[in-house]
Design a protein around this ligand. Sequence first.
Ligand code: MBD
Ligand code: FE
Length: 305
Amino acid sequence: MAELNAKQLLELVNSRRIADGNERVRAITARIVGDLFRTIDECNVSPDEFWAAVKWLTRLGQADMIGLISAGLGFDRLLDIREDEIDRAASRALGTPRAIEGPLYVAGAPLHQREVCLDAGNEDGGTPFVMEGQVLNTDGRPVPHAMVDVWHCNASGRYSHFDPSQPAYNLRRRIETDEQGRYRFRSFLPPGYAIPPDSPVSELFEKLGRHGNRPAHIHFMISGQGKRTLTTQINLPGDTYLDDDFAFATRDGLVVDLQQVQDPTGYESLGIRSPFARVQFDFRLQDAGSNRETRAASRYDTALG
Ligand code: MBD
Ligand code: FE
């Protein structure tokens, strides 16, 4: 049997097969394996370093943190940048800017009509807050019976489901808008988020000399009949990390104005204490170009056949 050099080995790894398999998976795998072979060579990666990396990846998966490292290394934002470029190249009418989903969405939150107290069970969480507005199309016309799926962290910066100390679906709700596309909810102004300390993600970030903080934000996934599902976030103004988000997700047009409201007239059904902070924000949805676009870019469904 002939001795193999690195180049011949790579060629072998990427060409061996007993069946066609999936052409796209083969092509992407070949590219990634080639890139990693080159990294090992050019960076002179030692066996100890390589196996430390394998152990780290194993722990990352066991901790269910691949989605978190993905956001922190910019992959999630990269996908948004690419979707934006595709939209611009096709001269599509643009809606509200998209912003990454992040790894902390949970489907199936309790569903309410028109309005909800998102913070039910979390009173005293912080500054009382109302957010309200309409779901519109790109021409500014209301999208009746749109679905506003909203989630944010608790006063300690933790998200329910991933933090088992919180009740199921805490600070997660779906709101079906009325005929005019209107929604509103009461909550408190959430704090920022920090990656869990003593985790595989924090280990890497320490070695990279990076922090793991996100500025205060609220997540949305918004859908409507014939509309492209929008995944986005709003940012609260004044946060130290607004321009230094660990997930690179903040965008112009998503940093909202906070109004101070003294008079609770009109908000009785939300039982809000005054004064409270108010955000008025309309979401604009693009027309769906295909059935696929009416669904969220799924982190859970498999994209490969
Ligand atoms: C978050 O709350 C978040 O939104 C993202 C993108 C990554 C980590 C935590
Ligand atoms: Fe978040």
